[in-house]
Design a protein around this ligand. Structure first.
Ligand code: PLP
Length: 406
């Protein structure tokens, strides 16, 4: 992508044009949430302005249009992650709800005392706590893959954890704190070899990598719309049909039923069995628009742009005196964590914010990871397709100033 093309891309994000604290906004908190392109904002406004109606009750024109847009959004998502069937795409509020769905539905109905769930040290709390709740209720046990000193999963230790008791392996595709890209194909293949199911938490992967759920070979894949230039409150659980069909509903109400009587209820087919109540229609439409934005741009090109920019950022951070990179994974996407000697991350973030530079500090909802690293938290810069070398240079210059001053 040349500079002109990148300028055009960036200009599609109205939030990036503002000044913050008197400085042009340098937005480097994309792992928390991305900014939204104009077309996503317009798709949402258009839906509410012209098509607003409830879905799947198409007795009138608006409801017909809303249903069509909502279901074609599902098809867009299926194509985007190379899912074989759109009915395997379940709308959720986000990654957190998608993982809770699997934990509550599959976990509670399938797990027994002594069964094992394998997670990794670098998981977000959203891929830890739902399993702890299920483990408490079923007597299942949680096993944890350790990390090596670079922040990569210790694959030998992983293989050593697998056995006949392993029922599920649930790991992040990309770490939100360290940016580590996990070898998910290898992880899935090893889990399959012992008959375990696999869930991949793709919250930090979908915006940065090409995702093909069939090539990965996993059973479930979860992600959030808002980290992919789409709206908040919408996300996806993808699962294999035969598993989803066997799983019981987890939330109950309208839409997820086939017939209801006081003698008993039968349930709707996929995907509706898992979508009780009025869904986030505008959210699904907005997410499809975000995916169209990415596919129109050429995802492979975006992946290359971000990879080059990440290398540039990491190389620049290495030059800042007193700065320590936290995690040096073999492959990295999106996020880079670091600490500055003698400066509390929160103080540093406040000083950066005064210069319009937005990044995140803290444990990044990965307290067990921070504990394993022996730190309370990090400063994290995370990139998106609209970031460029100017953004990175601004951050590096500000960090050099901080480092000199302290
Ligand atoms: N998993 C990972 C790796 C994440 O980074 C996040 C959010 O930061 C989540 C899960 C939870 O996503 P959400 O809050 O959108 O449900």
């Amino acid at each position: 992508m040349n500079q002109q093309q990148h300028g055009r891309l960036r200009s599609q994000f109205p939030a990036l044009a503002q000044k913050v604290n008197g400085h042009p906004l340098i937005y480097l908190d994309n792992a928390a949430t991305t900014q939204k392109p104009q077309r996503v904002l317009e798709a949402i406004a258009r839906y509410y302005s012209t098509d607003n109606a409830n879905v799947h009750r198409a007795a009138h024109a608006l409801s017909g249009r809303a249903t069509l847009a909502f279901e074609s959004a599902r098809e867009t998502v299926a194509r985007f992650i190379k899912a074989p069937r759109p009915q395997e795409v379940i709308w959720t509020r986000g990654t957190t709800e998608a993982i809770n769905l699997v934990a509550q539905s599959w976990g509670l109905s399938e797990l027994q005392a002594g069964d094992e769930i394998v997670l990794s040290t670098l998981e977000h709390h959203a891929n830890i706590v739902p399993w702890q709740l299920v483990a408490q209720r079923t007597g299942a046990l949680i096993r944890v893959i350790p990390l090596d000193k670079n922040g990569d999963l210790d694959m030998d230790a992983y293989l050593g954890l697998l056995g006949t008791r392993t029922r599920l392996v649930s790991v992040a595709h990309v770490s939100n704190a360290l940016g580590t890209v996990n070898p998910v194909k290898e992880i899935v293949a090893a889990a399959k070899a012992v008959g375990a199911l696999t869930l991949i938490d793709g919250a930090q992967a979908v915006a940065h990598l090409e995702v093909d759920v069939q090539a990965i070979g996993c059973d479930f894949y979860a992600f959030s719309g808002h980290k992919l230039y789409g709206p908040t409150g919408i996300g996806v659980l993808w699962g294999r049909t035969e598993l989803l069909e066997r799983m019981p509903p987890w939330q109950a109400g309208g839409e997820m039923i086939d017939r209801v009587s006081f003698a008993g209820t039968t349930f709707n087919v996929l995907p509706f069995k898992f979508e009780a109540g009025t869904p986030h229609i505008a959210g699904a439409i907005g997410l499809a628009s975000a995916i169209d934005f990415i596919t129109d741009l050429d995802k492979a090109e975006l992946v290359r742009h971000e990879a080059a920019l990440t290398d540039y950022l990491v190389a620049g951070l290495r030059q800042v005196p007193g700065l320590r990179l936290i995690g040096e994974p073999r492959q990295r996407a999106g996020a880079v964590s670091f600490l500055l000697d003698d400066i509390h991350p929160q103080d540093a973030a406040t000083l950066l914010d005064m210069q319009g530079i937005a990044l995140r500090v803290g444990h990044h909802c990965a307290m067990p990871l921070m504990e394993s690293l022996g730190i309370g938290g990090t400063m994290r810069a995370s990139l998106a397709c609209y970031n460029d070398r100017d953004d990175v240079d601004a951050l590096l210059a500000a960090l050099h100033k901080l480092s000199d001053f302290f």
